[in-house]
Design a protein around this ligand. Sequence first.
Ligand code: 5GP
Length: 133
Amino acid sequence: RFHTTTGSDVFSKIIRGEIPSTKRYEDDFCIAFDDLSPAAPVHVLIIPKLHTRGISNLFGSGAEDEVESALPLVTEPINDAEVVGKLFAAAARVAEAIGIDKTGYRLVINNGGDAGQTVFHLHLHLLGGRELT
Ligand code: 5GP
């Protein structure tokens, strides 16, 4: 299911190091980096190192299309639920490392145009560092 082809979206380019980013965390599966236009004092994006457009592409009826690895690294098939689970686990680690796990934080996934999704590579927003309305 996961091929070693390359994603052409901006986040796949960040994964491959073709576009610079301020990294907060990285492992074989995912990478976390600061959002370019932060909406809060802490605004980190956590993305899988494989390309899928979003939640509806992962779990919806079109789930079989467009999932590909942005790097040759992730070549083993991985359970869809595990993809999302690993993103949330990484977000919790990043929040703890930054020191906002006690004050609180928000995790958001925008899916599709009405949600305001602008980058079509699945990503989890980690927001915190102030009281969020
Ligand atoms: P979305 O609205 O798709 O859920 O969120 C996309 C996010 O990616 C936005 O918050 C936007 O500021 C961020 N973003 C877009 N391009 C870049 C980039 O090249 N580098 C970084 N670090 N963030 C980006």
